[in-house]
Design a protein around this ligand. Structure first.
Ligand code: FE2
Length: 235
């Protein structure tokens, strides 16, 4: 991978909260090369092995259990940030496309700025923004990672510093005003202008996990395969 391409992606990541590399050299002979994956990933941070005990995590359908976490099952994934159940989520996520699904599974991206703009247009949006800024939100870690996560104090969803933390399906118990704010937030997510990235083998999608939510469109193809590396920005 040429240094200039990594530098361009680093600039894009800083400027808009995500970046895309095409034809990245991590698939020699069509098979993923872990060293190549980590060489590219380290252009964006220091790899984390906190959840799952490994730096490279395979995202592929491995179970049909509906409650399984997004990376282990087929189907869509609603907008979320990764590791939201930790007090400090990793700063960056790299998604390496090994094999796209033949029936969807595109990556969706949405920045905090666009979400806040959309929320201000929602009925009761301002009230929801106030509640989302309060440190009253908790998340339950997925079963597969539950041993790795320590107890975390309640956190804000939108603290107002340009960052966001969210996942709807594992939110802790909600009092009625919070439940209402969560519903308004989800409505904002639906109405905000998202970016949709179709996958090609050799793509690397780089996401600022502090500022950009990600999700995916539905798919059923059991052969879909991505590799994920989460990274710390301080090196
Ligand atoms: Fe994710």
């Amino acid at each position: 991978m040429r240094e200039t391409e990594i530098a361009r992606a680093q600039e894009e990541l800083a400027a808009r909260g995500w970046a895309l590399l095409n034809d990245a050299p991590f698939l020699p002979h069509g098979r993923p090369d872990p060293e190549g994956v980590l060489r590219i990933a380290t252009g964006f941070g220091r790899p984390s092995d906190r959840d799952g005990g490994r730096e490279i995590w395979t995202i592929a359908p491995r179970t049909t259990r509906p409650g399984a976490t997004f990376s282990m099952r087929a189907g869509g994934a609603a907008f979320h940030t990764d590791a939201q159940y930790h007090s400090r989520p990793e700063d960056v996520i790299c998604l390496f496309v090994v094999r796209p699904a033949d029936d969807g599974g595109d990556t969706m991206l949405l920045t905090e700025r666009d979400v806040v703009t959309a929320l201000r247009r929602e009925p009761a949006g301002e009230t929801a923004l106030e509640r989302l800024a309060q440190p009253v939100w908790t998340w339950t870690p997925p079963d597969v990672f539950s041993k790795a996560a320590a107890a975390v104090p309640p956190m804000p969803v939108l603290p107002g510093d340009g960052t966001v933390r969210w996942r709807r399906d594992n939110l802790g118990p909600l009092r009625p005003p919070q439940a209402q704010a969560a519903t308004v937030f989800e409505s904002g997510l639906r109405h905000a202008p998202a970016v949709r990235l179709c996958h090609h083998p050799g793509d690397v999608i780089v996401i600022d996990n502090r500022r950009t939510l990600h999700g995916r469109t539905p798919f059923a193809d059991p052969e879909r395969r991505l590799l994920r590396v989460r990274l710390w920005a301080d090196r």
